[in-house]
Design a protein around this ligand. Structure first.
Ligand SMILES: [Zn+2]
Length: 318
């Protein structure tokens, strides 16, 4: 539906400009709307979630919502990066990585996602081909861009919305409750979005971004501000449980997350199953540090890493 709204809004542009400012913009629109309408605030508003006056319960709901969103959004970033990084490496390599297609896939999976296969793999397997966009030849970095841009768009839209309970009658700073913003019904936010969509690709994406949100740069700042409450929760969790953040690289043992039972998990994981709760937190810690803070650097990290006790370690694969 996000795509269709974009089509409708740039329909009056000359044919050549009837496209998104860049492919990442096109992907970000639907997700932008979903960030607003999947919030607990919005679900309460439309009667899909019961309103509660129990403050403790409300806090739990909010933290669970942050965790769910982090699994969707933060965990996705390294996956999207790995998919096209692998493809670019294949195209760039002399001889096209002929005898290391699958191995290179798992090297990147481990380096950036901390995942390794649960069974032995070889060049007789072609695991990247399990993702539609590889056999279909659809570039993938657009989804990486979208996951950055949609939070910048979201923060901008929320600048038109008055945070609940401030009573100022004016939009003000959201502080660490940005994730609670619901811009549904806000005419000013809608007009701002519509103006951006209507431009299609008639200018560079940087200038369209600048006209829309006031900056021409892609930045992870908005995403990080969205997850502020989760980040402080995880910081506390790390110190309370004395956890080491990171994973061993391919030179050492391959560590995988220990899975229990069955259940649903998203397509971006090689494994489908229910992650042990603490392993899941462990995973989030990795991404929070590697992708948001970009520190400590991976090699330094790997050299002093011990796996989380709930994560299973396998011997190195041949
Ligand atoms: Zn799409």
């Amino acid at each position: 539906m996000g795509h269709i709204q974009y089509y409708m809004n740039y329909a009056d542009q000359p044919t050549a400009y009837r496209e998104g400012a860049n492919p990442g913009f096109h992907e970000a629109i639907g997700d932008l709307i979903a960030l607003s309408v999947s919030s607990p605030e919005h679900l309460e508003k439309v009667g899909l979630l019961e309103r509660t006056s129990n403050e403790e319960l409300r806090q739990k709901v909010n933290l669970n919502y942050q965790l769910k969103m982090a699994l969707e959004k933060i965990v996705f970033l390294p996956f999207a990066y790995v998919l096209d990084r692998w493809r670019w490496d294949v195209f760039a390599a002399e001889g096209g990585l002929d005898h290391a297609l699958n191995r290179h896939w798992w090297t990147l999976r481990l380096r950036h996602q901390g995942l390794s296969p649960p069974v032995k793999r070889s060049e007789r397997d072609f695991d990247p081909g399990a993702k539609y966009h590889i056999p279909a030849g659809v570039e993938y970095v657009r989804y990486f861009a979208s996951h950055v841009l949609q939070f910048q768009f979201f923060e901008h839209m929320c600048g038109f919305v008055e945070p609940k309970g401030t009573g100022s009658g004016k939009p003000s700073s959201w502080g660490d409750s940005l994730y609670k913003c619901d811009f549904d019904g806000n005419k000013l936010a809608g007009a701002s979005l519509r103006a951006m969509l209507a431009k299609g690709s008639s200018a560079s994406w940087q200038s369209i971004l600048k006209d829309f949100i006031g900056s021409e740069r892609m930045s992870l700042g908005a995403l990080r501000r969205y997850f502020t409450p989760l980040e402080s929760f995880l910081d506390g969790f790390i110190s309370r449980h004395n956890l080491t953040v990171g994973w061993a690289d391919a030179k050492g043992k391959l560590c995988v997350l220990l899975l229990e039972g069955r259940g649903v998990f998203n397509e971006h994981f090689f494994f489908s199953g229910r992650l042990h709760e603490q392993c899941l937190l462990h995973l989030l810690l990795h991404f929070a540090h590697l992708w948001l803070r970009r520190r400590p650097r991976l090699p330094a990290l790997a050299s002093r890493t011990r796996p989380h006790p709930l994560c299973l370690c396998l011997p190195p694969q041949g």
